[in-house]
Ligand binder design. Sequence first.
Ligand code: SDX
Length: 429
Amino acid sequence: MADKTATLRINDQDYELPILSPTKGPDVLDIRKLYGQADVFTYDPGFTSTASCDSTITFIDGDKGELWYRGYPIEQLAAKSSYLEVCYLLLYGELPSPEQMDDFSARVTRHTMVHEQMHNFFRGFRRDAHPMATMVGVVGAMSAFYHDSTDVNDEWQREVAAIRLIAKLPTIAAMAYKYSIGQPFVYPQNDLDYASNFLNMCFSVPAEKYEVNPALARAMDRIFTLHADHEQNASTSTVRLAGSSGANPFACIAAGIACLWGPAHGGANQACLEMLREIGTVDRIPEFIARAKDKSDPFKLMGFGHRVYKNFDPRATVMKESADEVLELLGIGDNPVLQVAKELEKIALEDEYFIEKKLYPNVDFYSGIILEAMGFPTSMFTPIFALSRTVGWIAQWKEMIGDPQNKIGRPRQLYVGSDKRDYVDLTKR
Ligand code: SDX
């Protein structure tokens, strides 16, 4: 992929760095041999200018606000596809034929139950534990149950682990929710589609019949699709780094869930709704905008800004349309929180601070409003993000494991600590 080179001059010595050309996006300087040739490291905390791998799965153009899964724009997939079809696309690279889709759907459906003994794990947690805490624990514990799909060097076991994770994460997330509200676990139903099954496991109770609202199931499915993958974000990079040591897939996904939980990442959807509720009314928006701009105040506008998108986040646009539809459907179109969100977006996008720093609403800005309207508590917002992103994590993990160039990830550092010194006995200090 290198037909051009860049010249780097260090201490009057020139070094030729191959330039790798992508299908789309900026060229990439290949610095793999730099340390060996020039005895220097590059420095990029937060990896703002660093490509950690090559990938064929997802492409983001932050300036144009574009997001493609295997080349297909997210807007088209959100409008025309289904989450399970998107899972097939992310895992295998192509849209499935009808037969392939039926086979894939049947394989996932048959893996939705968890080992019955896993129910005991939940009983070890406090009822008021955050569902993300239980999910990290229970998903990591899957490697204690599914020993026949933990050998990362066996392609068939990697395939089975991927299907098991996609199939079981909704069940585990629903169990975490049911446990937190003291209701009995609801088993998956094989005659329900993926999103309807999740809603049924969360909201049905043994005491009465529960009918899933098809429009809400479609909105749920669309939310899953919008969160499915996002190239080398923090949690995906965590999964890749954990996987690079040869750790089993369940442990790697548990690491991804732990990373996603942070409020700067997947935890922002919960933090955003809590912020909108704290703002409460439109007239208090200026106070919070001022706080977001105040360098001495650590407050940030949750659901705003993005490392890559310096234009609108295409997922936020679809999510905003979905929020209007769902709230209208539920007869709460005048939802005060939605009104605050829309006014906050309008004011922020006209403010020179947000314009100059290119801060736009991201995927987390509107998702919480829909999820709350559907009946989820804020504590379930990030678990829903995690179950949606599981296919992206596992697709990226499979791509890495299958890459012949794959080696353990081991960054270096700029050491600024103490120079070498001798130990001083306690009596002499
Ligand atoms: C997700 O990476 C992904 O792809 C993630 C994700 C995915 O699908 O996996 O898209 C999901 O994590 C979305 C982001 C959710 N997080 C939030 O909504 C939390 C609020 N946003 C910020 O924390 C922040 O915008 C980040 C973390 C999202 C991005 O941070 P960066 O890229 O490190 O940018 P930065 O913090 O350096 O910000 C640049 C400037 C700074 O000001 P200066 O130091 O240059 O003066 O913009 C300011 C920041 O202070 N800024 C904000 C702000 N976000 C950035 N100021 C106020 N409010 C904000 N939300």
